[in-house]
Design a protein around this ligand. Structure first.
Ligand SMILES: Nc1nc2c(c(=O)[nH]1)N[C@H]1C(S)=C(S)[C@@H](COP(=O)(O)OP(=O)(O)OC[C@H]3O[C@@H](n4cnc5c(=O)[nH]c(N)nc54)[C@H](O)[C@@H]3O)O[C@H]1N2
Ligand SMILES: Nc1nc2c(c(=O)[nH]1)N[C@H]1C(S)=C(S)[C@@H](COP(=O)(O)OP(=O)(O)OC[C@H]3O[C@@H](n4cnc5c(=O)[nH]c(N)nc54)[C@H](O)[C@@H]3O)O[C@H]1N2
Ligand code: SF4
Ligand SMILES: [Mo]
Length: 725
């Protein structure tokens, strides 16, 4: 006898694609997960990770109560006991060493949680520390910095209008594996295939012939870290051959002459050797892009996490703009989400950069945060403001930050470390207290961030699959409880903060969201007859609401003081000198020499460092391998399948070798997020596929100079045979 399972519709929150899923469950057990055919955005698409939400939900390794570490044992605590302990320890460190002695790191899943997005910022503010870090500085930081400098707001991020373009030029992104980033699009592969089906082209620039290359019209291999040179040369062609629509630029675009002058210094012949892309190919790429009816250039992780991340993303937007593709249908457009994120100042929208610098190395602040590449040294180096305590939320910087092994060592020396996370991972194993929140199925959801980065304006609210267990806590409840207890200062200040946390707690994420929707651009406040946006309105459409294609919004949405697009911000123009110095040092011919540089990769069945505990995602061949071109393998006498030792300035790892001509000569590739064999990690399945961490090889001293973002791409390495064990 079997009862019928209950069906629950929601958005998968694991990546940026916002796929609609149907979860079948019976008495708290998830019995199946599939794509929601009626979701207007994802139309039934789903990837293997969503199915693994079920494994996460039932994972016996997941922590379900707070724990305190005693040596290498974990001792369960009650919630209030745990919150009190954390507040006491953090206050003790502040009292002894000052506010800046407490650091905070917010990891990537923070952005995928409505509760965390609403309740982490008040906690961070209550800490009043300058030592704030997040995954932004190992990811999209240069996008925000460039948007700030060009458009006056860090969240004015141009999104490729995928569904209407005729020519998509991609730099350093692999949407066929990642499902798209700063480009939320349910079923991104189908949308990319549609470009070719309607007679358009998809052109990819990437050192590896990737899963995305397989569905592109052309692929051009590029030497890592040289994209800015290629883009300058493309601009040279565009200006030189009068392909630009510079004369037709709207009056609110400033600085076209400055970028023209700059580009004229970079004819394709000057950069061909360093980039590995022939001058004739660069010319053709530029002509095809400029002449296409509708085209858009898009760059992501491969260009944002490299030494010239800010320059690359700037030049991509310049190329779009001078070719008339900014804010144009089929070009690079801005969204209008139902919850407005573009306001003055505030969070990642910060209009300022470098208001202060990190203590030890003087790295620039952005939006109140410092680059995480500085965290290890801020813990290690003694002096006023030295970090003595740490709070992490949904992060694993030991596996995700450059030179993670150094951070791993530094974490052991902290006086106090509290982690909000449901796993004992490579980072949280060093914590003194871990506070585990509910999982994504157990909580309500609305994508505050990714609805604002989607190729269509969409909105969808997901209630929780079931009410949380009485002894469980949502992330927002944990964050709010800590904010309450950390309230300090005079009586008035304390009372004010406590009143705010009490009101926030009474509203909860749903109440706050409802206000934001009602008073947002599609809302109608509390008008009972209007059809305005609200949580109730969204509950009537469990598959989501389509709010239409992206619309031109400039110059109205610009936030620069004079409401213009600044094509040539001085901070970026100045950095071209550093690029030219690198060009002068580059080998005359990029291939054929024996130096190797390392880049990363993602697989469809991975999610940064943390879904490796789901058995169903780990089946099949070992994924943590080093990819190398046959010519490079032969030059070193290396055999496919054998273990190789990879060495960089910062460390070394041993991984199996895969020989493949998908790699450009001189470039090797390894995925990030592995390295689960460290003692104390409580991830049973992941430990059986432990692999090694690429970030034991990446370098905390290699950064994008303008933004401070980690430069993961292009780390110099040596590779030799490792004795088999
Ligand atoms: N399955 C899966 N999906 C994910 C994730 C995951 O871990 N797994 N992570 C999510 C997250 S947090 C993010 S930020 C997004 C990222 O989404 P994407 O940006 O699409 O991610 P990657 O697959 O890392 O693609 C980067 C590409 O850049 C190339 N590259 C490396 N160096 C260079 C260079 O110097 N120049 C150029 N032109 N290319 C270069 C690499 O070969 C790679 O193909 O994916 C998200 N989606
Ligand atoms: N070499 C190299 N390094 C990289 C990258 C690369 O391409 N190459 N990519 C970078 C990028 S783009 C990113 S975004 C970072 C990611 O790096 P991080 O953000 O530091 O870490 P994640 O691997 O996402 O780990 C997330 C942790 O959050 C926990 N978690 C998951 N959901 C929740 C939740 O809802 N609440 C709470 N409290 N915890 C939760 C998981 O258990 C896991 O421990 O890695 C970066 N590092
Ligand atoms: S593509 Fe992303 S959002 Fe869609 S099912 Fe997979 S993990 Fe979830
Ligand atoms: Mo990311």
């Amino acid at each position: 006898m079997s009862s019928t399972p209950t069906r629950h519709w929601r958005t998968c929150s694991l990546c940026e694609a916002m796929c609609g899923i149907v979860v079948e469950h019976e008495e708290g057990r998830v019995t199946g997960i599939r794509g929601d055919d009626d979701d207007p955005f994802s139309r039934g698409h789903i990837c293997p990770k969503a199915v693994a939400l079920r494994d996460l939900h039932h994972d016996p390794d997941r922590l379900r109560t707070p724990v305190r570490r005693d040596g290498d044992r974990w001792i369960p605590l009650g919630w209030d006991e745990a919150f009190d302990l954390v507040a006491r320890q953090l206050h003790a460190v502040m009292d002894r060493h000052g506010r800046d002695a407490v650091a905070v790191y917010l990891g990537n899943p923070t952005v995928h949680s409505l509760g965390a997005l609403l309740f982490a910022p008040p906690l961070v503010r209550a800490l009043r520390t300058r030592n704030r870090y997040s995954a932004t500085s190992v990811d999209q930081l240069p996008h925000h910095v460039v948007a700030t400098l060009m458009f006056g707001h860090g969240l004015l991020l141009p999104i490729p209008d995928l569904d209407r373009t005729e020519h998509l030029l991609i730099f350093g992104a692999n949407p066929a594996a990642s499902n798209g980033s700063l480009l939320s699009a349910g079923d991104v592969k189908r949308r990319m295939n549609a470009i070719r089906e309607r007679g358009g082209r998809v052109v990819l620039v990437d050192p590896r012939h990737t899963e995305t290359a397989a569905l592109a019209s052309e692929h051009h291999a590029i030497r890592p870290g040289t994209d800015a040179l290629l883009l300058l040369a493309m601009l040279h062609v565009v200006f030189n051959e009068a392909l630009a629509r510079a004369n037709a630029l709207p009056p609110w675009v400033r600085g076209a002459d400055d970028v023209r002058t700059l580009a004229m210094r970079f004819p394709p012949e000057r950069v061909a050797g360093a980039t590995g892309v022939r001058a004739s190919v660069i010319r053709q790429m530029a002509r095809d892009f400029a002449r296409a009816e509708r085209s858009v250039c898009y760059g992501r992780v491969g260009v944002s996490t490299q030494e010239f991340g800010s320059l690359s993303l700037w030049l991509i937007t310049v190329l779009n703009t001078v070719c008339g593709r900014l804010d144009a249908e089929g070009g690079a457009m801005f969204t209008q989400p139902a919850v407005e994120v573009v306001r003055r100042g505030g969070g990642l929208g910060s209009p300022r950069l470098g208001r202060w610098r990190s203590r030890v190395r003087g790295l620039p602040e952005y939006a109140g945060e410092l680059p995480v590449a500085a965290l290890a040294e801020e813990i290690e180096v003694a002096g006023t403001g030295q970090v003595r305590a740490l709070l992490t939320h949904a992060g694993n910087p030991v596996l995700s930050a450059p030179n993670g092994a150094r951070l791993d060592r530094a974490l052991r020396t902290l006086d106090f470390f509290v982690a909000v996370d449901f796993y004992v991972n490579e980072t949280t194993r060093h914590a003194h207290v871990i506070l585990p929140p509910t999982d994504p199925l157990e909580r309500e959801h609305y994508d505050l961030v990714f609805n604002a980065l989607a190729v269509r304006n969409v909105a969808k609210y997901s209630p929780p699959m079931q009410p949380r267990a009485a002894d469980a806590r949502h992330d927002w409840e944990i964050l709010n409880a800590l904010t309450w207890r950390l309230a300090r200062g005079g009586l008035r200040a304390r009372a004010a903060l406590r009143l705010r946390t009490a009101v926030a707690a009474a509203l909860g994420p749903r109440g706050v969201l409802d206000l934001a929707l009602r008073f947002g651009p599609f809302g109608n406040a509390y008008n009972p007859v209007g059809k305005g946006m609200s949580v109730r309105r969204l509950l009537r459409d469990p598959h989501g609401v389509d709010l239409g294609a992206l619309q031109p919004v400039l110059p109205g949405r610009l936030r620069t003081p004079d409401r213009t697009v600044r094509l040539a911000p001085p901070e970026l123009v100045a950095d071209v000198e550093r690029l030219e110095r690198a060009l002068d040092r580059a080998p005359a011919r990029a291939t054929g020499n024996h130096a190797l540089v390392l880049i990363g990769r993602r697989s469809l069945r991975s999610n940064n460092s943390w879904m490796h505990n789901a058995e169903r995602l780990m089946r099949g061949a070992d994924r943590c391998t080093l990819l190398m071109h046959p010519v490079d393998a032969a030059a070193r006498g290396l055999a496919a399948g054998a273990p190789v030792r990879v060495r960089s300035r910062t460390g070394e790892v041993v991984v199996p070798l895969e020989v493949t001509d998908a790699m450009m000569e001189g470039v090797v590739s390894m995925p990030h997020g592995f390295g689960h064999g460290r003692p104390g990690v409580q991830l049973t399945t992941a430990a059986r596929h432990a692999g090694a961490s690429i970030n034991d090889l990446t370098d905390d001293e290699r950064l994008d100079a303008v933004s401070g973002a980690a430069a993961f791409s292009g780390v110099p390495v040596e590779v030799e045979a490792a004795p088999s064990s």
